[in-house]
Design a protein around this ligand. Structure first.
Ligand SMILES: Cc1cc2nc3c(=O)[nH]c(=O)nc-3n(C[C@H](O)[C@H](O)[C@H](O)COP(=O)(O)OP(=O)(O)OC[C@H]3O[C@@H](n4cnc5c(N)ncnc54)[C@H](O)[C@@H]3O)c2cc1C
Length: 465
């Protein structure tokens, strides 16, 4: 019997009050259960524990520690670096804990640690409410929130963590605690940006905002106009009202409706807009200065839609099971030399799903000071991501080379670190750079809550000595 088979057998004997599913290498469904979103990640855990309660999470942590098995925590499984799984260890899979309870009067939502943003947006959307999140509905609430959370509502309502009111955390000791401004405030500070380093979050409580219909969708321009559009965008967006979010992108027009056939698969640059808190006329007025200052677009598509519809608008372009390789950086400004680099690499996207996004992190995200949460880059204006994506494993080298080449060429114009949720496994110095002045405090809090670094399958913050 192999060691990994022994582990799952021992777990079945010892975890007597575990009611979730334990899936080991000899079980039907093992290959399905060990899959994560990025098909480049192919790891073989000792077993996957589908946990249904915080108590079960606690039991599995105890078992893994007693058997000296590494622990990975899987929320939505979207992490590009594959941090939701581990070779030869235990995966705590939180996907059964995906409940969402909305209190429309208090404007709060309590969300299970394994929910996806689609689960949340659907439930809150029924009440015309929302909290800031990411741009693809299948992304996990767990990983996205703990790393920060950037999306269409960032400029209006801040990062996802800026709307986190409290969280229930299962610690490395197996103890379950609530972290908020009054209870374990140091832990609450750390989980707002510090990733899964401090424990397993089984419940999140978010503040909700009135976000019924938004004016959302892309404007696409010819690549010939990319330098001009990006130069105009870098001036326009930071001065635009907070109601308007717009991330700049290099992408290919998706090959299907609602996009006109003549544009299908054409490489373009674009801005994906989201205007919140006003009608089409207000959105048009907010976008006008930019649109008036650049050449005519190939397509101008923003229109009214429920927020939840915008949140899932690109899900079809990015289904699970494709190869992903991405790199990232924070930037404060975009000098002319950086624009030249963007146009060069943006015009050379190796596959049609490969893309570059510049996510705005100004507006309400700048209302929070760098030391008020673990997320330190409050003075950056954008988070860039260079994402190579393709269904065919034969293209893995091409997407990786493009992403790495792009990031290395543009890194000299960056602020130093990167958004941890959009990094690969890039080494300890890169993690340290990404937390800037907050790293040492994070390391001290890690030493308090997880001195043995039980939670290390993440962008790891090492416990201070
Ligand atoms: C298609 C796509 C679109 C994306 N869009 C955005 C976007 O718009 N905005 C944005 O900010 N990010 C975005 N991301 C990045 C995303 O935030 C990260 O990939 C994030 O890690 C995903 O979280 P997850 O729970 O799905 O991942 P997982 O792989 O399950 O987990 C990622 C990490 O978080 C930890 N973790 C997850 N859940 C918990 C929990 N409940 N408790 C403790 N630790 C936990 C895991 O241990 C692991 O270290 C996107 C990613 C993809 C692939």
């Amino acid at each position: 019997m192999s060691t990994v088979t022994t582990s799952v057998s021992a777990a079945r004997h010892q975890l007597v009050s575990f009611n979730g599913r334990l899936v080991g290498p000899d079980d039907n469904g093992y290959d399905e259960a060990r899959k994560v979103y990025n098909a480049m990640i192919d790891r073989r855990p000792a077993f996957i524990a589908h946990c249904t309660t915080g108590d079960e999470v606690s039991q599995v942590i105890g078992f893994a520690r007693a058997h000296d098995l590494p622990i990975a925590v899987r929320g939505g499984g979207h992490n590009g670096a594959g941090l939701g799984t581990v070779d030869g260890g235990v995966v705590i899979d939180l996907s059964p804990m995906n409940g969402v309870r909305v209190d429309p009067v208090a404007r709060r939502a309590r969300v299970g640690g394994g929910a996806t943003w689609g689960d949340v947006d659907r439930a809150t959307g029924e009440h015309g409410l929302a909290t800031p999140s990411g741009i693809i509905a299948s992304t996990g609430v767990g990983g996205l929130t703990l790393g920060g959370g950037l999306g269409h509502l960032t400029r209006r309502f801040g990062l996802t963590i800026d709307n986190l009111l409290e969280a229930e955390v299962v610690l490395a000791s197996g103890r379950r605690v609530w972290a908020n401004a009054e209870s374990h405030p140091d832990l609450f500070w750390a989980i707002r940006g510090g990733g899964g380093n401090f424990g397993v979050v089984t419940s999140f409580v978010f503040r909700l905002h009135e976000v019924g219909t938004v004016i959302g969708g892309p404007t696409f321009w010819s690549l010939d106009d990319a330098a001009e559009v990006l130069a105009a965008y870098r001036e326009f967006l930071p001065a635009a009202p907070r109601e308007l979010n717009g991330f700049f992108a290099f992408a290919s027009v998706p090959p299907g409706p609602p996009f006109p056939e003549e544009l299908h698969l054409r490489k373009v640059c674009g801005i994906v807009w989201c205007y919140v808190g006003g009608d089409e006329a207000a959105a048009a007025a907010a976008m006008k200065p930019l649109l008036d200052s650049v050449p005519a677009p190939l397509l101008h598509g923003p229109g009214p839609m429920p927020h939840a519809a915008l949140q899932s608008a690109f899900d079809g372009v990015y289904p699970a099971g494709h190869q992903w390789y991405w790199r990232a950086d924070f930037v404060k400004e975009i000098p002319d030399a950086a624009i030249a680099g963007h146009v060069r690499f943006g015009s050379a996207m190796p596959t049609w799903q490969s893309t570059m996004h510049l996510y705005p992190i100004d507006g309400a995200a700048h209302d929070v000071a760098a030391g008020d949460s673990a997320w330190s880059y409050r003075d950056a204006t954008w988070a860039t991501v260079y994402a190579g994506v393709d269904p065919d494993p034969a293209n893995t080298g091409a997407i990786r080379d493009w992403s790495v080449g792009y990031q290395e060429a543009l890194h000299p114009y960056s602020a130093g670190g990167a958004y941890v949720n959009m990094m690969m496994n890039e080494g300890q110095e890169r993690v340290r750079a990404s937390y800037g002045g907050n790293y040492d405090r994070l390391a001290r809090i890690k030493a308090t809550y997880d001195p043995d670094n039980v939670f290390r399958i993440n962008q790891n913050i090492r416990p201070s000595a």
